[in-house]
Ligand binder design. Structure first.
Ligand SMILES: Cc1cc2nc3c(=O)[nH]c(=O)nc-3n(C[C@H](O)[C@H](O)[C@H](O)COP(=O)(O)O)c2cc1C
Length: 406
């Protein structure tokens, strides 16, 4: 199995490198790759010590209630993720101000009153010996709110968001900083800024969605300004000893959208601004339903070649690879070939929360793999219903559905 060529930068050297990386991606024969030595090697991430290289990626599952507070469903899910054997747990997108809510059933960190609930969540993860990261989020034009804002008034899902003026820019930067301060006060070990999936930080970066003519729009340098100011404000708010990671969109997979040609220089700026790691993903809402994305999404390790390109551009900054890393052999190979420092599991870990223990040989059973053509979890959250996995055993699925009253 090999990946098809995707939208890469116009630089021919870069194109060749990415093609090589994709060529690399003929997944290993299981019989030839039986060691997982690198996967279970501890590592330092800023001030944190991780017991291994497996990251539980942020996965928004529509578990919070419409009051935006941490509830029992959220706590139980993260307890299971922390017990999974992953070395780091990144909590799903938590929104920094109400007009940035991408879904009514989302956690908020916009006021001090949310800190006690978030503290229970941090403690649930940390009590299991795993560092906990909170992802800070603003949906921008993808907010499901009448007061949605965006860098420019680009129509989105039939609605036109209000263009942010300079006071909005200042307010949102301050909201990210305040959210980070609250995350630290709640006991989280680090924060991650959600620059993936085409949300607000990416909307400023992308020439498709940033049509501004002021200092926050125009050439690539000016389009980077807003996310970089957010990074600096957050670092100032939490202190330089506190890790600030970045969910990084390497390629929008959309004609005329961001490609490595622009995202690699942005990665270098983020490195200069002091981010603790880059967690690399590809695709956005405008591409998730396009045939090319759908096809790549079915392929094991499909984002790893992009992570590899980013890692080569930012020496010294740890990089997380994601994207259907179904098998431990694949994870090990990504590390062995220097494509990433850590491997992230999203749907993969949701489908089988015992993946790390099975990979380590603690449990002698085959891994239950996320079904590439399923998308049940995504369909559920789009319908604003708590997600479950089609791979869960019938008894677990029924217990879950009873719990949520379906
Ligand atoms: C249902 C669902 C919810 C997601 N929620 C988030 C999120 O809150 N924050 C984020 O950065 N990425 C989110 N992602 C992207 C995942 O973290 C991950 O990058 C992607 O699913 C690829 O990894 P996987 O193949 O192991 O799932 C989500 C993906 C899915 C399918």
């Amino acid at each position: 199995m090999s990946l098809r060529a995707g939208p890469v930068g116009r630089d021919p050297t870069q194109r060749a490198r990415l093609a090589d990386a994709r060529e690399w991606y003929a997944p290993p024969e299981p019989s030839l790759m039986t060691t997982t030595a690198l996967l279970f090697e501890p590592m330092r991430l800023g001030t944190l010590t991780l017991p291994n290289r497996i990251v539980c990626l942020p996965l928004y599952l529509a578990y919070p209630d419409p009051d935006h507070e941490v509830n029992g469903l959220v706590l139980d899910y993260y307890a299971e993720m922390a017990d999974s054997g992953a070395g780091l747990v990144v909590v799903e997108n938590v929104t920094v101000e109400p007009c940035g809510l991408g879904n009514p059933r989302t956690l908020l960190v916009s006021e001090d009153r949310f800190v006690p609930g978030l503290a229970r969540l941090a403690e649930t993860i940390r009590a299991r010996g795993v560092p906990a990261v909170l992802q800070l989020h603003h949906a921008g034009r993808y907010a499901r709110r009448p007061d949605r804002i965006a860098p420019s008034s680009v129509e989105t899902w039939g609605v036109t968001p209000r263009e942010m003026d300079l006071s909005d820019v200042e307010r949102v930067i301050a909201a990210f900083a305040a959210g980070a301060r609250r995350a630290r006060a709640a006991g989280f070990d680090a924060v991650e800024l959600h620059g993936g999936t085409g949300y607000l930080l990416t909307q400023f970066l992308s020439p498709r969605t940033n049509l501004r003519r002021d200092g926050y729009g125009g050439d690539a340098g000016r389009r980077m300004r807003f996310p970089l100011e957010v990074v600096r404000a957050v670092r100032e708010a939490v202190g330089v000893d506190y890790p600030v990671g970045y969910r990084f969109l390497a390629d929008e997979y959309v004609p005329g959208g961001l490609t490595l040609e622009e995202t690699i220089p942005f990665a270098r700026e983020l490195a200069r601004a002091g981010v603790a790691y880059l967690s690399v993903m590809t695709g956005c809402y405008d591409s998730f339903a396009l045939p090319r994305y759908l096809e790549d999404d079915r392929t094991e390790g499909f984002m790893a070649p992009f992570a590899s390109e980013i890692r080569a551009a930012v020496p010294g900054v740890p990089v997380i690879a994601a994207g259907r890393i179904q098998r431990p052999e694949t994870a090990e190979r990504i590390l062995r070939d220097g494509m990433a420092d850590l491997v992230g599991l999203g749907r993969v870990l949701f489908a089988d929360p015992l993946w790390p223990r099975k990979a380590r040989g603690e449990i002698d059973a085959p891994i239950d793999s996320c079904t590439p053509t399923c998308s049940l979890c995504m369909k559920r959250i789009v319908a604003q219903r708590p997600a479950f996995c089609g791979r869960w055993p019938a008894e677990r699925r029924e217990r879950f559905l009873r719990r949520i009253g379906e």
